[in-house]
Design a protein around this ligand. Structure first.
Ligand SMILES: [Mn+2]
Length: 293
């Protein structure tokens, strides 16, 4: 199994794997095996590795991790952390925090795409045990909360001795938010293909238009980046039915994005014009013309 320099690890060889595999399914659709991710830091500690990085399967690395060593000494570090998500049921979370005796941490959301662990500290505090308890308590107390895995992780991580630390978001670049590179915000390191449509799924015109309508017109252009890389790997076509884009297909993609953006813009202008006209009519009757102008 040493192909592509990847060492695959049979799950039965992971210390206490049965516990993770028996954990209740989170969000209904993820395979139970994903809980093994959160056992790995402790397993790797036993094997003698001081640090570990967990990276999602839907991420593409496009640049070197040249400043990653800066983040090594921390307990646990996430790329992409949003503090104080208002829609979360804070009361339920503080109950979980209390019953697990977790340090009362601010409610926060941490995307689990790219996480660095200090394996020894995870082992010391029993990271997986805490994660398992938090998950189970959340399932009981807040069945309505989605992304439970990430919620439980964020809560447990926030109560690590040094809390959660942040890795720059270029290590977990979620595709709808592509900004122009600046000195403060340098080039991407990892592209994270979040959402249901992955770059190995075919994208049709309707799909492209739907993305534009959600303000994500940049997203379709990330697919060719993944396909260009993936197609250079042996047996690509055995695993992936989608072919890399030709220059002409990228142009067609741009056409669909631009056409849909133009259509939305025209519709918005038309609606504004109609509203103005309506207000003007009303104004003629009620003296509102000034406001309409
Ligand atoms: Mn992902």
């Amino acid at each position: 199994m040493g192909r592509y320099d990847i060492n695959f690890l049979p799950s039965q060889d992971i210390h206490r794997a049965d516990r993770a595999l028996n954990l209740k399914k989170m969000d209904g659709f993820w395979p139970t095996e994903i809980a093994l991710n959160w056992l790995m830091p402790e397993h790797l500690h036993i094997l003698g590795y001081p640090y570990s990085i967990k990276i999602d399967y839907d991420m593409l690395c496009v640049a070197a991790y040249d400043d990653i060593l800066k983040y090594w000494p921390w307990d646990v570090a996430y790329a992409a952390v949003h503090v104080n998500v208002k829609s979360w049921p804070t009361k339920a979370f503080s109950r979980v925090n209390k019953s697990l005796r977790l340090r009362q941490a601010k409610t926060m959301y941490a995307n689990a795409g790219f996480v660095i662990f200090n394996n020894a500290i995870c082992h010391e505090v029993g990271f997986y045990d805490r994660f398992e308890s938090a998950s189970n308590l959340l399932i009981e107390s807040t069945p309505e909360v989605g992304l439970r895995e990430q919620v439980a992780l964020a809560m447990v991580s926030a109560s690590m001795p040094a809390g959660i630390n942040k890795v720059p978001s270029r290590y977990n670049h979620r595709i709808p938010r592509y900004r122009r590179e600046t000195e403060d915000d340098p080039a991407l390191v990892n592209i994270h293909y979040i959402g249901k449509k992955k770059p190995w799924h075919a994208l049709d015109q309707v799909g492209v238009e739907a993305l534009v309508q959600r303000g994500r017109g940049i997203s379709p252009f990330f697919s060719p980046v993944w396909l260009e890389f993936a197609s250079s790997i042996d047996d690509f076509s055995e695993y992936c039915q989608v072919q890399p884009y030709t220059a002409m297909q990228v142009l067609e993609l741009a056409r669909d994005v631009v056409n849909e953006s133009d259509r939305l813009l025209k519709r918005e202008r038309r609606e504004t014009r109609l509203l103005r006209e309506r207000l003007k009519e009303l104004g003629d009757e009620s003296g509102l013309t000034e406001i309409a102008a």
